[in-house]
Design a protein around this ligand. Structure first.
Ligand code: SF4
Length: 121
């Protein structure tokens, strides 16, 4: 199936940005990206194709190092055709996995913090 944009048009829109100084190259954002917009290159996450970034931010939820943010800026328009390659089940499973992992990690970090407080006091 052809997933190329008919016109590579630049627009102002929300798109992901990587702060390489904070990225440790764990790859969790790549797993979380529903459209394959990110890749690890030389140990750092990179946005490899602007047309594959939907600006949804599932990668942000997966990053524990605060290395990702959404910016509103000039970028190539999102390629909506890519969505025809993603099944609804894949989308739901990936979203569930990302949301579950993120909330579990946050919960565990809070528990560790509370445990440390109890041990210290
Ligand atoms: S999840 Fe964060 S730290 Fe890990 S590779 Fe992605 S941007 Fe880098």
């Amino acid at each position: 199936m052809d997933v190329t944009n008919s016109v590579d048009k630049r627009v102002k829109r929300l798109i992901i940005s990587v702060d390489e100084s904070k990225c440790v190259g764990c790859g969790k954002c790549i797993d979380a990206c529903l459209t394959g917009a990110l890749a690890l290159i030389n140990g750092k996450a990179k946005l490899v194709d602007e047309t594959l970034c939907d600006g949804f931010g599932s990668c942000i939820a997966a990053c524990r190092y605060n290395a990702l943010r959404i910016e509103y800026k000039d970028a190539l328009e999102f390629n909506w055709n890519i969505l025809s390659n993603v099944s609804l089940n894949d989308w739901l499973n990936k979203l569930r996995k990302t949301a579950y992992k993120t909330s579990l990690e946050k919960h565990m970090n809070k528990s560790k913090f509370l445990l440390n407080l109890i041990v210290i006091s």
